[in-house]
Design a protein around this ligand. Structure first.
Ligand code: S3P
Length: 167
């Protein structure tokens, strides 16, 4: 049994994933955390020093490495959108898309924009526009998920319960 949580940065994948794994008494993995542990670098420094394509390749290697893992996996926001990884996830697990509105994402992301390479590089641009543009590219991939959960106005506990009820 493997559950992949996918969705845009700031949609709550890590928080909900940890709650869900505790609720279901299964293990939990976070792709960004795994990559940081493996490389001894932060995601931001991988982007800055080695480039985005190296990071995307690490995400691909993450999925290969956790081939036998059973439990909940929180995926970095871009992971399903590169190297056909969405196809792979659909094949070997249940994918759950946490769908969050742009206004909520903007509110959350403006607080730690400086930590996020894809938002930091465009400092002068309007954050809402950056989110909207990137979302537009990603929605067709995210919406292929087995299950779509709208998160606006719900607590992480409620979202975790909703996912558990679906499973
Ligand atoms: C990214 C999302 C981040 C992280 C990296 C790239 C993206 O993860 O993997 O900064 O492309 O959307 P979170 O979605 O966990 O913030």
């Amino acid at each position: 049994m493997r559950i992949y949580l996918i969705g845009f940065m700031g949609s709550g994948k890590s928080t909900v994933g940890q709650l869900l794994s505790r609720q279901m008494q299964v293990s939990f993995l976070d792709s960004d955390q795994w990559i940081e542990e493996q490389t001894g670098m932060t995601v931001a420094s991988i982007f800055a020093e080695r480039g985005e394509s190296v990071f995307r390749d690490m995400e691909r290697r993450f999925l290969l490495a956790v081939n036998n893992f059973s439990g909940v996996i929180s995926c970095g926001g871009g992971l399903p959108c590169y190297n056909n990884l969405m196809d792979e996830m659909l094949r070997d697990g249940t994918t759950v898309y946490l769908r969050t509105g742009v206004a909520v994402l903007e509110e959350r992301l403006k607080l730690d924009r400086h930590l996020r390479p894809l938002l930091k590089t465009e400092e002068d641009e309007n954050l809402e526009a950056i989110i909207r543009n990137r979302m537009a590219d990603r929605i067709p991939v995210y919406e292929r998920a087995t299950c779509v959960v709208d998160t606006d106005g719900k607590s992480p506990e409620e979202i975790a319960r909703e996912i558990a009820a679906f499973l």
